[in-house]
Design a protein around this ligand. Structure first.
Ligand SMILES: NC(=O)c1ccc[n+]([C@@H]2O[C@H](COP(=O)([O-])OP(=O)(O)OC[C@H]3O[C@@H](n4cnc5c(N)ncnc54)[C@H](OP(=O)(O)O)[C@@H]3O)[C@@H](O)[C@H]2O)c1
Length: 327
């Protein structure tokens, strides 16, 4: 079993959760962290007992001890960070959204293949046991023909205007940060190619979406009714309705239960408990399995699915006239 050495680019908030997750996995460790913020890589390394810390990303990708890199910078930097890693032959696991648009994703998919690197977007919900089990239930037709998916992800964030969630320069906004999760649930249930896409967004003074909702229609009339917001409180549940019953996924982001309602029978609760830090464990162990098998992409989240999601989000942004700097 190959021992995989991780490097981390961007040592902010979520990088710490990744580091806690890695400690729970066998045959891997974080060997280096890099941050452009003064003192942050050093402190990250100290907190997680990591041997090397760098004040620039180039040094981390030059480190021969690093096999794979987890990228946890803000959205606007993902493209350049991933490219830097691939050009040095490092495997890549990059936080969502993979890039800011589909064109960037497509360019990187070609580069990953050219450099024989594994590359995957971190959308951890796809890898949760609960969601994997949901896919099995739907494949077994337990709720009959699925007609509708409803899902919301909202956080009422009280952050200042410079924070990445509200910052156009950092490719903030509800869609790319939060909306990607309800869109992912719809993609898991109905696939990646809605035939009709309608939406509506409330933009902030900086021109990014604070709240947005998406109505997707599919080939056989199925619908996904989805929303996200950074300015309101709301339940973050997913509901999948079919001709024979429905499934509720309470807090579908960190889904630990499926409430299955079939016809008039009493509802059944299926539980898949895990610790909060294990969010990362499922996707990271999958990525490492792929790397050990010399795969260039995941079969759960292949690069064409990532590009399809970026294309869908491009379409939604176009409907609101939202372009990020440089586009
Ligand atoms: N999987 C999940 O559940 C989850 C949860 C939250 C976030 N995320 C994703 O993880 C990524 C990072 O999110 P986060 O909450 O960890 O972000 P963060 O702590 O705000 O920032 C992460 C890093 O990005 C760089 N950065 C942040 N603001 C910057 C600025 N104004 N100018 C230049 N660089 C800046 C810094 O890199 P340096 O350290 O190099 O200075 C910082 O450490 C995003 O893609 C986000 O969507 C995922």
């Amino acid at each position: 079993m190959q021992n995989i050495h991780w490097g981390v680019i961007g040592c902010g908030n979520i990088a710490h959760q990744f580091a806690r997750g890695i400690k729970k996995l066998d045959n891997c460790s974080i060997v280096a962290g890099a941050s452009l913020t003064t003192g942050r890589a050093e402190s990250f390394a100290k907190t997680h007992q990591i041997q090397s810390s760098y004040t620039n990303y180039q040094s981390l990708v030059n480190d021969p001890n690093v096999h794979a890199v987890y990228i946890a910078t803000t959205h606007n930097f993902h493209f350049e960070n991933i490219k830097l890693c691939l050009e040095k032959g490092k495997h890549v696991l990059c936080e969502k959204p993979f890039t800011i648009n589909a064109e960037q994703s497509k360019t990187l998919a070609v580069l990953a293949k050219q450099n024989n690197c594994f590359m995957m977007e971190c959308v951890w919900t796809r890898f949760l046991p609960t969601i994997q089990h949901l896919s099995q239930l739907l494949a077994q037709n337990v709720i009959g023909d699925v007609h509708t998916v409803k899902a919301n992800f909202s956080i009422c964030s009280k952050v200042d205007p410079g924070h990445r969630l509200r910052n156009k320069a950092l490719a903030g906004g509800a869609l790319l940060d939060l909306g990607i999760y309800p869109l992912t649930l719809a993609s898991i249930v109905f696939g990646d190619t809605p035939s009709k896409i309608q939406s509506s967004a409330v933009m902030n003074e900086d021109g990014i979406d604070e709240s947005s909702c998406y109505l997707l229609e599919y080939e056989h009339g199925q619908r996904a009714i989805l929303s996200s917001s950074i300015t309101e409180y709301a339940p973050n549940d997913g509901i999948i309705s079919g001709s024979n019953g429905y499934i509720v996924i309470p807090n579908f982001l960190g889904a630990q239960e499926l409430h299955v309602h079939i016809n008039d029978q009493p509802s059944q609760i299926l539980s898949f408990p895990f610790d909060e830090d294990d969010n990362f464990v499922f996707e990271t162990s999958h990525a490492m399995e792929c790397i050990r098998q010399n795969k260039c992409e995941s079969d759960i989240l292949p690069l064409n699915k990532t590009t399809a999601m970026m294309t869908l989000m491009d379409t939604l942004r176009k409907q609101w006239g939202l372009k990020y700097p440089g586009e």
